[in-house]
Design a protein around this ligand. Sequence first.
Ligand SMILES: *[C@@H]1O[C@H](CO)[C@@H](O)[C@H](O)[C@H]1NC(C)=O
Ligand SMILES: *[C@@H]1O[C@H](CO)[C@@H](O)[C@H](O)[C@H]1NC(C)=O
Ligand SMILES: *[C@@H]1O[C@H](CO)[C@@H](O)[C@H](O)[C@H]1NC(C)=O
Ligand SMILES: *[C@@H]1O[C@H](CO)[C@@H](O)[C@H](O)[C@H]1NC(C)=O
Ligand SMILES: *[C@@H]1O[C@H](CO)[C@@H](O)[C@H](O)[C@H]1NC(C)=O
Ligand SMILES: *[C@@H]1O[C@H](CO)[C@@H](O)[C@H](O)[C@H]1NC(C)=O
Ligand SMILES: *[C@@H]1O[C@H](CO)[C@@H](O)[C@H](O)[C@H]1NC(C)=O
Ligand SMILES: *[C@@H]1O[C@H](CO)[C@@H](O)[C@H](O)[C@H]1NC(C)=O
Ligand SMILES: *[C@@H]1O[C@H](CO)[C@@H](O)[C@H](O)[C@H]1NC(C)=O
Ligand SMILES: *[C@@H]1O[C@H](CO)[C@@H](O)[C@H](O)[C@H]1NC(C)=O
Ligand SMILES: *[C@@H]1O[C@H](CO)[C@@H](O)[C@H](O)[C@H]1NC(C)=O
Ligand SMILES: *[C@@H]1O[C@H](CO)[C@@H](O)[C@H](O)[C@H]1NC(C)=O
Length: 528
Amino acid sequence: MRALAVLLLSVCATVVSGDDSTDNVLTAAPGALAVLPCYGEGNVTAAVTSWMKNGKKIITEGTSTLLDNSRVPSSGSKSRVAVLRNGSLSIGVVEREDDGLYLCASTLPGNITFHAKVLLRVASGPDNVSIAITPAGVLPNGTFTTFRGESVYIICAGVSYPAQELTLSFNGLTNSTTSLVNHTGNEVLEYRMDNIQPSAQGIYSCMAHNEVSDQKGNKSAEVLVYYASDRHPECMWTQESTFVVFHCSWSDVNPAPNLTWTELPSGRILSSNVTDELPLIINGSLLFDGQTLRCGAQHPALHKGEEKTCTFTLKTPYTMGNPLATAVEGGSITLECSESRSTPPALTTWRRGVRQELIVNGSKYRVSAEGPRFTLTIVNISKDDEGVYFCLSQNPLGAKELQIYLTVKSSSEVTGAVIGLFISALIVGCAVIIAKTVYSSRHRICLGGFGRMEEDEGDVLSLVESDDEQIFPAAVPRLPPVSNGCQTTLVEIHGIPSTNHEEAETVDASTAAQDDAGRTEEPEDLMF
Ligand SMILES: *[C@@H]1O[C@H](CO)[C@@H](O)[C@H](O)[C@H]1NC(C)=O
Ligand SMILES: *[C@@H]1O[C@H](CO)[C@@H](O)[C@H](O)[C@H]1NC(C)=O
Ligand SMILES: *[C@@H]1O[C@H](CO)[C@@H](O)[C@H](O)[C@H]1NC(C)=O
Ligand SMILES: *[C@@H]1O[C@H](CO)[C@@H](O)[C@H](O)[C@H]1NC(C)=O
Ligand SMILES: *[C@@H]1O[C@H](CO)[C@@H](O)[C@H](O)[C@H]1NC(C)=O
Ligand SMILES: *[C@@H]1O[C@H](CO)[C@@H](O)[C@H](O)[C@H]1NC(C)=O
Ligand SMILES: *[C@@H]1O[C@H](CO)[C@@H](O)[C@H](O)[C@H]1NC(C)=O
Ligand SMILES: *[C@@H]1O[C@H](CO)[C@@H](O)[C@H](O)[C@H]1NC(C)=O
Ligand SMILES: *[C@@H]1O[C@H](CO)[C@@H](O)[C@H](O)[C@H]1NC(C)=O
Ligand SMILES: *[C@@H]1O[C@H](CO)[C@@H](O)[C@H](O)[C@H]1NC(C)=O
Ligand SMILES: *[C@@H]1O[C@H](CO)[C@@H](O)[C@H](O)[C@H]1NC(C)=O
Ligand SMILES: *[C@@H]1O[C@H](CO)[C@@H](O)[C@H](O)[C@H]1NC(C)=O
């Protein structure tokens, strides 16, 4: 009875306070069951209850015809609507048209009339909210994949009644959540992205909001943007004790490529993995000259079967340079050597003496390398520096050395040589002049000069002069004993008497000067 009193009190209050403030809003999906309440809780059965929709009476029931609270009309029953024992209006299968304002009028025991208002909103969803990217690949985990530069549509959809608001948002690795587009009124929202870039990689969310029911739904999808560098992978190497580590790396690609080290021409796969960088460790003793190691990169962003590669063709070092060098005491000398063939690049060192002692950079020796050119500068040369030097290039395949012999001269020798050189140049000049003079007046000389020469030579004189009298005398048995016989160059003069005493002496001096210089320069002056 206490409950009833409370109920009646509240009912009275309702009646007194009017209709508007107690509006009940109820949302029901199409096809669902809706129960519109009338006079609230309590074990009270009304005498008569009637319901009106949008001002039109739809049902009136007396006590006898009220349904048991536990019974509800089924969708198959004749009448979709019924009044329950507690006065509630039950709509078995809600239809869109059921949307409206409902009024309940109920006469309770004690001749009290009760009124109530219920606003029924028929709404559903959002349901089946979905997101898709097209055209795109789909990974087993549902992630979408596309390629840099492509144009794609992002399709956000949901089923809702009445129309929902669809919002597409993006949550990138760099960007925080950004709302891309909002739209109300459609079941599908299409968002076009042209020339898609790696920055567009991230999570896309499709959110649907039914403003009538205030229901929300969302669905997210991960989008990966694949791309591959236009450049080739990089092949590098390092040496670790007896092992050579070849590195293949390919940067600026997404996702990681499938890298494979292959030996050519055998085609044997040495190592393969899906990674940005693939090391290949080989025992140096297994490498040989001419062996080719190729790193091939396969990637989804490359055409089918296309491969980006870099290769090593292994080559032993090859050192080149001048094997002889001469330095002056007290001065300095720079020995040179070059090595550009070695693959992988060689380690080049300078060594000296038969024991090939390593030369270290310091005050006496300056070691430097500029690309393939290696130099060793020896300063403050002394006689002790004379000897053999080595430019030794080593790579895992082997070693090659250039042997350079350094001759050290005392400064006096050099002065002598310079003077000698000067004198010989002087002599050469004189000789040319004389020879030309002789030649231009050859008829006169023929008459007078040859009388003193050996008679059997006749008109033709074969004058053989040699740089080194020890070499030629035997070979030229018929050579007349021209003056003191110190001539060096072999000259044949046909029908031309060209010798006189003065010239022979000149030639002697020339030879002597040459001997002084310790050189073997040919006095080319006697040639016409
Ligand atoms: C009336 O009865 C129905 C069926 O048992 C129940 O669902 C509903 O909540 C009741 N209404 C009120 C206001 O108590
Ligand atoms: C409601 O009233 C009926 C009879 O009028 C009674 O049988 C029932 O037990 C009551 N229920 C409650 C919860 O008071
Ligand atoms: C209930 O009240 C109405 C007027 O408010 C009156 O016409 C009616 O006769 C009353 N009924 C009973 C059973 O008292
Ligand atoms: C949601 O999708 C399921 C399966 O595709 C379908 O059976 C169902 O009818 C859909 N719901 C709506 C409200 O469209
Ligand atoms: C899906 O798989 C890809 C590749 O295996 C991976 O990069 C990505 O993080 C995965 N995404 C999710 C959401 O698991
Ligand atoms: C979408 O709506 C939300 C709130 O409803 C707003 O914050 C956002 O700026 C809107 N985005 C666009 C692209 O209109
Ligand atoms: C990320 O944010 C920057 C500026 O903050 C904007 O220019 C860029 O377009 C955003 N990227 C995406 C995919 O929304
Ligand atoms: C998306 O829905 C899930 C539940 O399905 C919820 O936990 C999440 O917060 C929602 N996200 C957004 C952005 O609304
Ligand atoms: C990587 O490429 C090699 C050579 O084509 C192949 O044998 C291997 O199966 C590939 N690995 C993967 C994971 O695709
Ligand atoms: C491939 O690389 C991954 C890491 O990048 C490593 O964990 C795995 O052991 C490698 N597999 C082989 C066969 O080298
Ligand atoms: C490298 O190979 C050589 C010859 O095949 C072998 O003697 C040596 O032990 C190997 N080195 C290592 C560290 O395995
Ligand atoms: C050798 O030493 C000189 C200075 O004495 C220095 O300038 C030069 O860089 C060094 N060269 C090398 C290869 O260390």
